[in-house]
Design a protein around this ligand. Structure first.
Ligand code: WTA
Length: 567
């Protein structure tokens, strides 16, 4: 049983004001996530409690108490303010999972600026597109990533400051670059936190669209209400937990549940900035005595692949609750973890847009392996007919997942793209873009996405973005990008290309194109396979038939090809 009683009881008595009361927030009050995640916890007498247990390459370790994160976020906030950063300016965080990423995020929020985290493996082009869209004023980064910023600097007159957190004094700073060292800076004890209110913008997360540029999902400080409550109810976080969220704050799980939720609850969390290996991960759990673990299906499948023998080498008895997000959690993974780790993984379903967990197998509730679980209390969630967008109300029939848009963490808009935002609502429902069914007991069963976006290892990749980047390669004439099934990553990127005359379709060229995408976009977006075609299948109007190519990869029926024109 969970700490909060049964699911039915929670639904019956539910109100978001429960979180407001716990957070001592009254409508109209100042609400600043940076303050809630540090100063408030110190005021509650937990200043010396460890907030962040960090481990990096080569066994490097750092521990930050709540007072440390309060001071560090003040210090970064002051530095930004002194540079002239104003409320609602966009400040990009472009770092590996180093402490400055977590502390800088809170610092940006404390001055009322908008935190724009971007995955540090992004290449120059991915970075540029997102910074240009947001007209970002400053970027906080590391030496190892600064060359990617420099490469596109000329195209970014709006980007006034490049803040390097591990500046090496032997090297010269270039145009617009400024050094900041958390260790050397004078800690700022007294800091005037910007009085943001519920609807003040907080975080801007870029997510992939099927067509067009990536979209900036705009969240507000009030999102805290959902994130705080759901971390207790869905992730079962308690005061004495040691929590490990494996997600990178370049993606929404890494901010909503990797920064905001655990810190606002005053919990100790640990972060590992090392690449994945089963050995590293199990060792980390053993060493830190992790109790609650939030991970993703691809990682779980990789652990399954590493086998059961390795598990026996470690003491994982500290684990109490396991949770997963980002892609379908297959029933085998749940059954495996129950058998090998002694606990089932509890699935959680949500999106960058929803800001917090929407559907989950709650702690204490019967887990149905393969199902995502039930709707979070306070939500109206349903399955909509794919044509009429009316609720289906028929068990096991697949349709679109729709939500009534009235929970605190819901996005407020897409940055500078009201039209795209409004297109997400039909008949008063927020249309998730995912297909699912509901069974008689209210459990959701994921069926797939309703668009061409590729979900590789839990990360969304836009085929459009990869196709556009491919066309930048000197040899590529045409391109089509689709998802290809993969045992571990669920889906990987596959590209079909036609080459320009004079270029040879061989293995060297394939590697060359792959590397080009890895560098300009990211390793995630890099096609794992490139298939050369003499021409790409097109509709009569000249549109490349991506769906047909995809169907071929999945061994599915190709469907109606009557509009095919391929001569
Ligand atoms: C997919 C991540 C199946 C889905 C928090 C969704 C899932 C997209 C699950 C959002 C799940 C997320 N089962 N699919 N439990 N959770 N997805 O915006 O397609 O990076 O729309 O947010 O991931 O991905 P995003």
């Amino acid at each position: 049983m969970s700490q909060f009683g049964s699911y039915e009881e929670r639904i019956k008595n539910f109100s978001w004001s429960m979180a407001e009361q716990e957070l001592e927030y009254r409508p109209g009050d100042v609400i600043n996530i940076g303050w809630y995640c540090s100063d408030r916890i110190c005021q509650q007498g937990k200043a010396d409690k460890p907030a962040l247990l960090w481990e990096g390459m080569g066994g490097k370790e750092k521990t930050y108490t709540y007072n440390d994160i309060r001071l560090a976020s003040n210090t970064i906030g002051k530095f930004l303010r002194d540079l002239g950063i104003k409320p609602e300016d966009r400040v990009c965080l472009f770092m590996d999972k180093i402490p400055e990423l977590y502390l800088g995020f809170l610092g940006v929020l404390k001055i009322g600026a908008i935190a724009q985290p971007l995955f540090s493996a992004f290449g120059g082009e991915s970075l540029f597109v997102r910074l240009e869209d947001a007209q970002t004023r400053a970027i906080i980064t590391q030496r190892k990533h600064v060359s990617k910023v420099r490469k596109v600097l000329e195209q970014m007159p709006f980007l006034e400051h490049i803040i390097i957190v591990d500046y090496d004094e032997k090297k010269e700073l270039r145009e617009r670059e400024v050094a900041f060292s958390l260790e050397k800076a004078t800690p700022v004890e007294q800091f005037e936190i910007h009085p943001t209110t519920a609807e003040s913008p907080s975080v801007l997360h870029y997510t992939s669209g099927t067509t067009g540029k990536p979209k900036g999902v705009q969240h507000v400080h009030y999102s805290l209400i959902s994130q705080y409550l759901s971390a207790q109810w869905a992730l079962d976080l308690r005061d004495d937990d040691i929590y490990w969220c494996t997600a990178d704050p370049g993606w929404v799980t890494g901010t909503s549940y990797g920064i905001i939720a655990p810190f606002s609850l005053g919990i100790t969390q640990c972060v590992q900035d090392i690449g994945f290996s089963a050995n590293n991960w199990y060792q980390f759990i053993e060493k830190k005595r992790v109790t609650v673990w939030y991970s993703a299906p691809t990682a779980i499948r990789s652990l399954m692949k590493a086998g059961e023998e390795i598990v026996k080498k470690f003491d994982l008895s500290s684990l109490r609750h396991l949770t997963s997000v980002g892609e379908p959690l297959n029933s085998e993974a749940v059954i495996w973890s129950q058998a090998v780790l002694g606990l089932p993984f509890h699935d959680t379903y949500w999106q960058t847009e929803t800001g917090s967990i929407m559907i989950t197998n709650f702690p204490g509730m019967k887990v149905k392996p393969g199902s995502m679980g039930r709707a979070f209390p306070g939500l109206t969630a349903t399955i909509l007919d794919m044509k009429t967008y009316e609720p289906i109300n028929e068990p096991s029939k697949v349709g679109l997942i729709g939500f009534k848009p009235d929970w605190p963490a819901m996005m407020r808009t897409y940055w500078n793209n009201k039209e795209a935002y409004e297109s997400k609502f039909i008949n008063g429902w927020y249309i998730s873009g995912d297909r699912s069914s509901i069974d008689r007991e209210g459990y959701f069963w994921f069926a797939g996405r309703d668009d061409d976006i590729i979900n590789t290892a839990g990360h969304l990749v836009s085929p459009f973005e990869v196709e556009s980047a491919l066309l930048e390669h000197e040899a590529v004439a045409e391109s089509a990008v689709v998802a290809k099934p993969d045992d571990v990553n669920m889906e990987v990127v596959k590209a079909f290309v036609t080459l320009k005359p004079g270029f040879e379709a061989n293995a060297d060229m394939e590697l060359n194109i792959m590397n080009f995408i890895r560098k300009t976009l990211s390793p995630l977006a890099m096609p794992q396979e490139i298939e050369y075609m003499p021409s790409l299948p097109k509709t009569r109007s000249g549109k490349i038939m991506r769906r047909m190519l995809r169907a071929r990869e999945w061994g599915e029926d190709i469907g109606d090809t009557s509009t095919l024109d391929n001569d």
